[in-house]
Structure formats: C-alpha cells, structure tokens
Design a protein around this ligand. Structure first.
Ligand SMILES: Nc1ncnc2c1ncn2[C@@H]1O[C@H](COP(=O)(O)OP(=O)(O)OP(=O)(O)O)[C@@H](O)[C@H]1O
Length: 296
C-alpha cells in the first residue's frame, strides 16, 4: 500500500491553503492508496511530521506553504536520513526552489502538474545542525529583509525584498569574513555574502546562473565593498537579468566551507527566507539527497 503524508501550513501565503488543500488531496488520492493530511499549528510541526513519515514507511511527503514550511519539511526528512520522495506546492512570496525546478508558482497549476510528473534528485546542505535547500545569506541586506512586513510582501511580492535590500545598502556597512575551504583560508571585507544551492535567490537568477540543483556544489557569492553610486548604476542590468560581474561579486564553488566573522560584529543569518544559524557557519553539501516531484 502506497502512503503519502500531506503537511499543510494554514497560515502560509496569506492563508491561501484553504482554497487548495482539498484539490491537492484529491490529486494525491489518484497517486497513493492512502493520504494523511495534517495542518501545522506551530513552528516545528512540519519538521517533526516529515521525520515521522520518513521513519514510519510513508512513500512520499508533500508540503503546501511558503519557503519556511519547505525548509522545515526538508529538515525533518534530513534528520530521518531517508530516501523518501518529496513534493511541494508553493504558497509563499519567493518560492526559490519552485523557480529553480520549473514547478508552477500558482498553486492550482502546481497541483495539476502532478498529473504528469517525475522525480529528480536535488542537493541540500547542512549548516551547523540545520539543513537548507536554497540559500544562507548574511550581511546588511538579509538583516533588512528580515523586517519586510506582510503588508509589503502582499503588495510588492519579491520586489519588496529587493527595494528593502537596496535601501539597506545605503548604510554602507561591511563585515570581515574569514572563508576556509579545502584550498585554504581567505579574508574578505564585504557587505553581503550569499551561499547558494540553486540558480534562484530571492527570485533573482543573476547571482549563480550556472548553479544546478544536482551539481553537488555550494556556490558562494562574496559581494565587493562597492559604493551606493556603483550600485545604482547596476540596478537596471540586474533587473534585466544580467549576471552580476566579478567587479561586484566574487563567485566560488566548493563542497564544504567554514565562514567566520572576524571583527566581532553581530550579524544574523537568513536561511531559506527565515532566521538561520549563528556564526561561525560550517556548511557541507549533501549531494542529490532529495527526490523531488517536478513537471515531466
Ligand atoms: N498554524 C500556524 N500558526 C502560526 N505559524 C505557523 C503555523 N504553522 C506553521 N507556522 C510557521 O509559519 C512560518 C512561516 O511559514 P511560511 O514561510 O511557509 O509562509 P510565509 O511566511 O507565508 O511564506 P513566505 O515567507 O515565503 O512569504 C513557518 O516557518 C512555520 O514555522
């Protein structure tokens, strides 16, 4: 008997799950003998339930929600260390993994996609004791976007994060980072570092356009200490989708990295859209860990 657990965050995406969960359940009932629907009540439920599903013989776990719900579900699967299949219906503002995998961003279309789907392998990474599937960022921009309001997100979507980030850049604040890989250590003064696993970051595809979900690599972007005028000059190119040049950002790949803050400044991190682990960060890729349902 094929069993599927469906984890729904009723609060995600401005409470839109209520319009789509029954459709999704009906679609899943055509694919599985048994579908167990659970609605999260608090942070942590999705992690606990995904882990339980993976450890108790479910064939697949699906989640419906924003990037926070996606990240929590993946943390549960990773903690169980099980090769269970995973599907998700995006309801959030950014939905980077859906963008990277060409999963439709509209929930109805994403549910319809399941009529003709396949699974592909997707890397995840471990940062200290937590897992992520898209990004970890640290610097002035992630600090600022952590304060974007629900009202701004609703009105402006991904642009809310972009505009808030650009505004934050005016403060011209940098930190001193030590980056250690198998090749040795380097020190960088930077306003923003971004660790990426996919080619979609904050909905933009110009930071690591060559990143593939299953390339087994961590892509590390270290922004240069540029001034506000330089930034203003590149905004039109950035919005037009041009890749960032090496004058603005150094891009490196690796399979593990340690990132330390050297100047004693306090900087929080942002992981897959929510607050991430504290410095120092020890990050390691887990190649092809997930099997994810995508359009056939
Ligand atoms: N019943 C609930 N009530 C309040 N918070 C919940 C509940 N269930 C889950 N959560 C928490 O809500 C957080 C936000 O969810 P999620 O990121 O999926 O949606 P979102 O914030 O609307 O999406 P996005 O950030 O992409 O716009 C999750 O990290 C989760 O811990």
């Amino acid at each position: 008997m094929k069993r599927c657990m469906l984890i729904v965050n009723p609060t995600a995406g401005r409470e839109r799950a209520k319009y789509h969960k029954d459709n999704l359940r009906q679609q899943l009932e055509t694919m599985f003998d048994d579908v167990e629907l659970r609605e999260t009540q608090k942070a942590g439920d999705a992690t606990e339930w995904a882990k339980e599903a993976a450890l108790t013989g479910f064939d697949s776990v699906f989640s419906m929600g924003g990037d926070g719900t996606l990240n929590e579900t993946i943390n549960g699967l990773a903690q169980a260390n099980s090769a269970i299949h995973f599907g998700f219906i995006p309801l959030g503002t950014i939905n980077d993994l859906a963008r990277a995998l060409n999963i439709p961003l509209h929930p109805e279309a994403a549910i319809a996609m399941l009529q003709h789907c396949k699974t592909v392998k997707v890397d995840i990474a471990k940062a200290n004791d937590r897992y992520f599937v898209n990004t970890i960022a640290a610097g002035i921009m992630p600090e600022a976007v952590g304060h974007v309001s629900i009202e701004q997100k609703t009105r402006l979507g991904p642009l809310a994060y972009f505009l808030t980030g650009i505004k934050a850049m005016q403060a011209h604040k940098t930190s001193l980072f030590k980056i250690t890989t198998a090749q040795g250590s380097t020190v960088h003064r930077s306003p923003l570092i971004v660790v990426m696993l996919t080619n979609s970051v904050g909905s933009f595809r110009n930071l690591a356009p060559q990143a593939r979900v299953d390339d087994g690599k961590i892509w590390l972007g270290i922004f240069k200490d540029f001034n506000y005028l330089d930034l203003i000059k590149v905004i039109p190119e950035f919005l037009a989708g041009q890749p960032l040049t090496s004058e603005l950002m150094t891009l490196k790949t690796m399979d593990r990295v340690r990132i330390e803050l050297l100047d004693g400044s306090h900087l929080s991190t942002n992981m897959d859209g929510d607050e991430g682990p504290a410095f120092p960060l020890d990050i390691e890729v887990l190649p092809s860990f997930l099997s994810v349902y995508v359009p056939a």
